[in-house]
Design a protein around this ligand. Structure first.
Ligand SMILES: *[C@@H]1O[C@H](CO)[C@@H](O)[C@H](O)[C@H]1NC(C)=O
Ligand SMILES: *[C@@H]1O[C@H](CO)[C@@H](O)[C@H](O)[C@H]1NC(C)=O
Ligand SMILES: *[C@@H]1O[C@H](CO)[C@@H](O)[C@H](O)[C@H]1NC(C)=O
Length: 362
């Protein structure tokens, strides 16, 4: 009796396995990768700047500040190898094209205003409240005025973290005060700085002025690929951590961790055909690789499934796609937009870009 029911349930299991297999095979065969777009962070580099009491100056680094190192080149090579493997059945080298992204763009008065507002916002203040004493200590050790480090929008604290991080990777002597604990706390503050640039306060409006521009470009590239299939198979954007942060926060998929070197955001366009209705649909899948020893993580756009229909994806991100960026960048107080800026007004823009290493690093 026991034997018979076992047989029956085995049969049942067998048949459901069969139908599962059929389903898997069927859906797999009705799904075809059509286009891949990647945005990756550059590999290991030297620091961007020295803080006042820093032990190592620019001449201590073989290529100077803000330059890709041997390790960095190796990391980018490894990422390249992974991409080659991941898409080995899909790619031929000639279809690849690489472009460089420089974000955020600071020549947007409304965005600069939003950054200022962020620093004094309750949301931001709540986040840095637990670090007040720590920030004072760091200003003492680093030689910065406490008022310089209080707000994170000059990126000084970020650079202390970054410089120590670079020095530790390359086995340079660290100052005594830069214990593991201190560096961990600095990393937490760096995440808060990055989040403050594109999130924490009025995330959506910031996204319209920053990361949304990227999302728009990416969607245009993807839609083009859907319209004119087999033209180009892959588009690669090289980027900075701030760029990837802008992108992920605009899509609301940022994990609130530092973006490691050679971190890579994947967008894959699939053509899905439904066997029954013969209807064709395109979906976008997002993956994020932040650890070369692991496969990328599957990311899901909030409100969609992980394989998100292209039309639904576009609909969901529409609030952050801006039609007329220049006019949205205008501020109430100041007439005119960045085009009217005089040389003096350009100063903060140049400083910001330099502070973020956007004008250095290859
Ligand atoms: C730093 O030191 C570690 C341990 O000795 C070594 O494995 C590593 O290769 C060194 N890094 C560099 C960049 O020289
Ligand atoms: C991707 O889209 C952007 C924005 O439309 C455009 O400037 C760029 O040329 C596109 N790249 C390719 C390879 O189509
Ligand atoms: C990579 O991203 C995943 C998913 O957000 C996260 O769980 C993981 O901690 C991240 N790892 C690193 C090294 O940042």
């Amino acid at each position: 009796m026991g034997g018979r029911s076992l047989t029956r349930s085995t049969k049942k299991l067998y048949s459901s396995l069969l139908s599962l297999l059929f389903f898997l095979f069927h859906s797999a065969s009705g799904r075809e990768l059509k286009f891949v777009l990647l945005a990756y962070r550059h590999g290991d580099r030297s620091p961007i700047e020295k803080y006042p009491t820093g032990l190592h100056s620019e001449s201590d680094w073989p290529q100077g500040f803000g330059q890709l190192t041997k390790i960095g080149i190796q990391q980018q090579y490894e990422l390249g190898q992974y991409i080659k493997k991941r898409y080995s059945n899909f790619l031929s080298a000639t279809y690849k094209r690489e472009e460089k992204l420089r974000y955020p763009v600071f020549n947007c008065p409304r965005y600069l205003e939003l950054l200022k507002e962020t620093m004094t916002s309750r949301e931001f203040q709540t986040k840095i409240q637990p670090y007040q004493e720590f920030i004072k200590t760091i200003s003492f050790y680093s030689g910065y005025n406490p008022s310089t480090l209080k707000y994170l929008d000059n990126f000084k604290l970020w650079h202390i973290q970054d410089t120590l991080f670079c020095e530790s990777i390359h086995n340079y002597t660290l100052p005594k005060w830069a214990t593991k604990d201190v560096r961990a706390k600095l990393s937490e503050l760096t995440v808060i700085s990055l989040s403050a640039l594109f999130g924490i306060y009025k995330r959506e409006e910031k996204a319209r002025l920053q990361g949304g521009l990227l999302v728009k470009a990416i969607l245009e590239n993807i839609s083009n690929a859907a319209k004119y299939p087999d033209k180009r198979k892959m588009l690669v954007y090289s980027a900075h951590d701030t760029t990837l942060g802008a992108l992920q926060m605009a899509l609301n998929v940022y994990n609130e961790k530092l973006l490691p070197y050679a971190a890579c955001q994947f967008f894959e366009l699939y053509k899905e055909s439904n066997g029954q209705t013969h209807s064709i649909e395109y979906t976008i899948e997002m993956h994020f690789q932040n650890d070369t020893s692991k496969d990328p993580y599957l990311l899901t756009l909030p409100g969609c499934s992980s394989a998100c229909p292209l039309s639904q994806f576009t609909e969901l991100v529409s609030p952050i796609l801006v039609e007329d960026w220049e006019s949205e960048c205008k501020t109430e107080g100041k007439k005119g937009n960045y085009l009217d800026m005089n040389k003096e007004d350009e100063q903060p823009v140049a400083q910001m870009e330099q502070a973020l290493g956007l004008s250095a690093t290859s």
